[in-house]
Design a protein around this ligand. Sequence first.
Ligand code: 6GU
Length: 253
Amino acid sequence: MNIHILTLFPDFFKGFLESSILARAIKRGIVNIRIVNIRDFAFDKHRSCDDYTYGGGPGMVLKPEPVSRALESVKKGNERVIYTTPSGKLFNQEMAEELSRESDLIILCGRYEGVDQRIIDMYVTDEVSIGDYILSGGEIAAEVIVDSTVRVVKGVINDVSLKEESLENGLLEYPQYTRPEVFRENRVPPVLLSGNHEEIRKWRLRKSIEKTLRVRPEIIERRKREGKLPEEILEIVREIKSKGVNNETDKGN
Ligand code: 6GU
């Protein structure tokens, strides 16, 4: 997979590309990431990339010429061009999985008040936001998109861990423990030491459901509407609800 990231702040990506999973995927040749400095395509005297907004108002807008030249320099054909902006479609795991199946991606990092609309109209296939808050630029969003996309590219991390973690049943993760068995008088839940795999599976499922009902109840409601919750889960949901959702913690016992 080839990813081109177009930005006015290429230094932003220095540490990022050296981070573990990504660095390994790059080293193994599974992904290829190129950072393109938009300023290298600004040809006027001051190499300026932004200008005032027509119609008046605060903030600067990314000029179309340098951005289009930068895009043309990396575009091969009909690959997706993602523009990071707080007014885009909300990014999620499903999008990461969809993007992970593409062979080429271009990500244009938004800055200032945004980019000239003609760039969006002419080149952008996906306007993407990573959440309902404002970042000072699209670089962090681009990193989020690349990280979550690359780690689900086939062969980057092993299938078993992907399947386990991925909100496969749509629920949040159950609690995890490692040694020691007792830490400052707090024991690991005994069921996890029992060796009874079916009991462990049921305990984890219940913990996942409890946590989801507590912090993201809308996930359960949506999955229910979509008919995506198996009877085993529905039954536990009903049981927990009849007792009232435990609003404290997800401590083990
Ligand atoms: Cl993609 N860009 C900016 N500037 N802020 C954001 C965002 C993107 N997603 C959420 N907030």
